[in-house]
Design a binder for this molecule. Structure first.
Ligand SMILES: [Fe+2]
Length: 246
């Protein structure tokens, strides 16, 4: 199976459309989504309507998705994140809220496992260290696990005789061949709000038969999104982050 691996769309339709346009040239069988469909960006409903139509869409819930339904999570958010969640709640249809509410907090499938943050705390943990990788190892089976949340594209690999190796993807088209006997945790980066100093939308393609993961970056019309954010009166900090990619 060939899977698109998507994460952290954050209501950024222009970025999502650019990713889907590129994916159409690659041909995938299914779409794995590591969470945070909404929050921050100006187009929650359009993004929800778009992913609903994706072939074999396999989602998990992100913390921004969860905030729509859970006040305990909402109160921990920064002021600007709270503003964006209020905007999101006001601009999502009831059917799209129902759609998002049904996202599970983790996924364990034949070809991979998936969670937004970590298996210890799907909505708060930022999985970024070798120690966290080791602590999570007995929470999932198989050789591949996808995560999101940090908005930084990386691949961690582990063999039981050494500390996990962490590699941040720096290129705009990088293919990793997965080795037998190793276990991997992979973050495909963020589509709608990259934070690794690369403003292009980030996503991956996982081929479970060839055992490859390809990380791709695509440009999109950032200025068009920022215009919408200005019109929606979303906080400037969120708009500025798109320019910097941090
Ligand atoms: Fe996120």
């Amino acid at each position: 199976m060939k899977y698109a691996v998507l994460s952290d769309i954050h209501s950024n339709y222009e970025a999502l459309a650019a990713v889907l346009k590129r994916l159409a040239t690659l041909g995938v069988d299914a779409h794995a989504f590591c969470g945070d469909l909404v929050g921050y960006g100006p187009d929650p409903e359009l993004c929800a309507q778009t992913v609903k139509k994706l072939k074999n869409f396999i989602p998990v819930m992100g913390n921004h998705d969860m905030c729509l339904f859970n006040d305990d999570f909402f109160k921990w958010f920064s002021d600007y994140a709270k503003e964006s969640i209020k905007f999101t709640a006001a601009h999502l249809s009831e059917s799209s809220k129902k759609f998002i509410r049904a996202f599970p907090d983790q996924y364990h499938g034949k070809d991979f496992a998936m969670v937004h943050g970590s298996f210890f705390d799907p909505f708060r943990d930022y999985l970024l260290s070798a120690e966290q990788f080791i602590l999570n190892l007995d929470k999932w089976a198989g050789s591949v696990c996808f995560v999101g949340h940090s908005h930084v594209p990386f691949i961690m690999s582990y063999k039981n005789d050494r500390m996990p190796q962490i590699d941040i993807f720096l290129g705009n088209d990088v293919t990793i061949k997965m080795m037998p006997g190793l276990r991997y945790m992979i973050n495909p980066g963020s589509i709608g709000q990259p934070r690794d100093a690369n403003r292009m939308a980030s996503f991956g393609v996982y081929d479970s038969e060839k055992r490859t993961f390809r990380l791709l970056r695509v440009p999109y019309n950032i200025e068009a999104v920022q215009k919408k954010m200005l019109a929606a009166k979303l906080p400037d900090i969120l708009s500025n982050r798109l320019t910097k990619g941090t």
